[in-house]
Write a protein that binds this ligand. Structure first.
Ligand SMILES: [Zn+2]
Length: 298
């Protein structure tokens, strides 16, 4: 959230309308200024599915993103976000609910049963939300970096190249020396499946040229500038290790294990600071993504 002299700018709108609503109330407990602008950093579901909540509360709300992200939001074959992903979830969540119901009947202990029941309740309320979704798409797009001057505050929206997706934007406040990065720079293991690993390293190098002291990542706590080098170095080392293993003739399952072990000393601790997105949970899928995208070029 960026406070200006005549309104609030929110970067990314959260995963679902009910969650966005809670956040909206929190913002309004801090300031009575209207929320005038949302900026979506990329098209993934957990960064834009709350747009509609803000649109409902703030008539005239401007929703800004890159042209490419807007295309991804409406493309039928986009990855884990956008209108097509809402459709996919409408099919997937009822199946998840059926599975949970049958697992509850077979639950081995009262604790396990209680956990499944909590998951079931969550899935059911999410499905109810999905069925009444009124997705709010961006109203304004950019094809190159631009500057907003909102109520006395300079906000740059940077378009620096492909990375976590092909439409990532970075929100940079030069005076405050802060950058919000969406998932192109996070405080845990990256999600690569809709990404461009080799471009991503270059794009982070382009971002590094800007003068900032603090990073607000897409997931995790506010991080110092040094997080950029750590995160980029993980991507670069991962790509190099996968290429090397592939050149030595390793098959994917083998390289998932060897590369995971090989990079653990340098990255496991720093990438496992939260219960979610930990090193060992994701390194295998990261290796697979790099293998497919960089080695096989699929
Ligand atoms: Zn993402």
């Amino acid at each position: 959230m960026i406070l200006t002299n005549d309104g609030v700018v929110v970067v990314d709108s959260y995963s679902k309308p009910s969650a966005a609503h809670t956040l909206y109330n929190e913002i309004q407990s801090l300031t009575k200024q209207p929320i005038r602008t949302i900026i979506n950093t990329h098209f993934h579901w957990d960064h834009w599915q709350g747009n509609q909540t803000y649109a409902m509360h703030s008539p005239g709300l401007e929703i800004i993103t890159s042209e490419r992200t807007k295309e991804n939001l409406t493309r039928p074959d986009a990855g884990v976000g956008g209108l097509s992903y809402i459709e996919k979830q409408l099919t997937a969540v009822p199946k998840e609910i059926d599975t949970l119901k049958s697992d509850i009947l077979k639950a081995s202990s009262p604790e396990h049963k209680a956990r499944l029941e909590a998951n079931l309740q969550q899935a059911e309320s999410y499905l109810a939300e999905l069925q009444t979704f009124k997705p709010a798409l961006p109203t304004r797009t950019l094809t190159s970096s631009m500057t907003l001057n909102e109520g006395g505050r300079e906000i740059q929206i940077l378009l620096l190249g492909r990375g976590h997706t092909d439409g990532d934007v970075y929100i940079y406040l030069p005076k405050e020396k802060v950058v919000a990065t969406g998932d192109a720079l996070v405080d845990w293991m990256p999600f690569l499946n809709d990404g461009y690993p080799e471009d991503w390293v270059q794009t982070l190098t382009a971002l590094e040229k800007f003068d900032f002291a603090h990073i607000i990542p897409g997931h995790g706590s506010v991080a110092p500038r040094e997080q950029l080098a750590f995160f980029r170095s993980y991507l670069a080392d991962l790509i190099a290790a996968v290429k090397q293993a592939a050149a030595a003739g390793a098959a994917l399952p083998e390289m998932q294990k060897t590369v995971g072990d090989q990079l653990a000393g340098k990255y496991e601790q720093g990438m496992s600071r939260y219960p979610s997105g930990q090193y060992r949970d994701r390194v295998g899928v990261n290796v697979e993504a790099v293998y497919k995208k960089v080695v096989q070029k699929r």
